[in-house]
Design a protein. Structure first.
Length: 431
């Protein structure tokens, strides 16, 4: 048991210590504010405060874990043996940076509480992030810092007990449109047909009619091909289906369509099915609960995981709404058009609600790759290399690598050939 002495045990302090030591490093940890208990302890121990007590392992604390609310913090990024870090500690500290406060800053999404301009969908822009500004978006810094801490502790305490974790991969398929032409109803189908005709999209008109007359399979209907790919590569797959009424930004097949329901039920027999929350439910808890309940009724099992449409996250309201709707896990933490680690980590973590100063009962599973973030690459080789970089960073720290692809892009026609790209990614990153 590792003992940590500090001058004050706060919710922030216990939250981040539990995450770094227990979740990432597999070290049992306990805390004390009593000097006599610390001195009596014969096992590994560290002090996290302003001054060391004796000649123990000492990390000089920043004030962040002992404050409340949001304050104007000056951040200076420096280099720690090739790794960016901040909150320098001074000469007497065994670590040159307070990685606990720095990790809290990243995981709590502290910067997303600060004044910033949201985009048209109400999202925090990656360009406003510390990681983008200082070019470390592609590094899971929190996990790298934790490994540096472990190395220092092992050097100091030869008998330190810890439980190494294993790398794992989860592939998310985001289904906001299950079909391109099929099952869309007469009015929507004819509207699309006339629009394509007027726009002289002759190939699309031909494809649409072919699907209507069962001469061709709908291009987005690739679910069982994807399930087969997951099975062959021994990959854990999750399908997030949108199950909502039609609106400006929600254009899936009607949830009342029996063939759509049958598809969802069939997919749930092979891979986990969860809810892709509609755009309309973003600020509507009643609608969120209704979508969750309706999907659960189709698959005959509870729905506990969520993804927000367009990766919309408004901290802390989004997570409070998801908790109230009964979700325990969320897979929205990441950027749509930039690949990398939005929260600076490849480890799932519980959401810390800064205004309430409490750890909330919802686990955030950060994704590193969204397929739309790969559109900027010129060809499949470049896109694959970008994904591989993030995979290797995650593998180094034995983290959890999560990618998000849509059945639409995989089923659509593109110079990138999404189906081949996705297949090659699965073969590379599944172990």
């Amino acid at each position: 048991m590792l003992l940590i002495y500090t001058h004050k045990i706060t919710h922030r302090f216990s939250y981040i210590m539990r995450h770094i030591f227990t979740t990432i490093l597999g070290i049992e940890v306990t805390y004390t504010t009593k000097v006599e208990d610390f001195i009596k302890h014969t096992g590994p121990k560290i002090t996290y405060t302003k001054q060391p007590l004796q000649n123990e392992f000492f990390v000089r604390s920043n004030d962040l874990l002992f404050e409340q609310g949001i304050n104007d913090i000056q951040i200076y990024i420096a280099d720690w043996e090739g790794t960016p870090c901040f909150f320098a500690t001074g000469d007497r500290s065994n670590l040159p940076y307070d990685i606990f406060s720095a990790s809290f800053y990243m995981l709590s999404r502290y910067e997303e509480y600060l004044p910033h301009v949201k985009d048209m969908h109400g999202r925090f822009s990656p360009k406003d992030s510390l990681a983008f500004e200082h070019d470390f978006l592609e590094k899971p810094l929190v996990d790298i810092w934790a490994q540096k801490l472990l190395s220092a502790l092992k050097e100091k305490f030869k008998d330190l007990k810890y439980k190494p974790r294993n790398y794992n991969y989860t592939s998310i398929i985001d289904v906001s449109s299950s079909h391109c032409f099929a099952h869309r109803g007469f009015v929507r189908g004819m509207s699309g047909f006339l629009f394509d005709l007027a726009s002289l999209k002759i190939r699309r008109v031909f494809d649409r009619v072919s699907v209507w007359f069962n001469l061709k399979k709908d291009p987005y209907d690739n679910f069982f091909e994807l399930i087969e790919l997951h099975k062959n590569n021994k990959v854990k797959g999750m399908f997030f289906f949108q199950f909502a009424e039609y609106s400006t930004y929600d254009k899936n097949v009607s949830p009342n369509n029996n063939k759509f329901k049958h598809l969802i039920k069939s997919v749930a027999d092979y891979d986990k099915v969860s809810l892709s929350c509609s755009y309309s439910s973003f600020n509507d808890i009643a609608l969120l609960k209704e979508e969750k309940k309706n999907l659960a009724n189709v698959i005959n099992r509870p729905v506990s995981s969520s993804r927000m449409r367009y990766n919309r996250v408004d901290i802390p309201e989004t997570y409070r709404n998801l908790i109230e709707a009964g979700f325990t896990d969320d897979y929205t933490m990441g950027y749509t058009h930039e690949i990398g680690f939005r929260a600076g980590t490849c480890t799932p973590f519980y959401f810390y609600d800064i205004p309430l100063e409490v750890q909330q009962p919802i686990k955030i599973h950060p994704f590193a790759v969204h397929d739309y973030g790969l559109l900027k690459y010129r060809n499949r080789t470049e896109a694959f290399s970008a994904v591989e970089r993030l995979y290797l960073e995650t593998k180094k720290v034995n983290g959890k690598f999560i990618t998000v692809f849509s059945n639409e892009l995989i089923g659509g026609e593109s110079k990138l050939n999404w189906k081949k790209l996705y297949s090659s990614i699965l073969k590379r990153v599944h172990v």
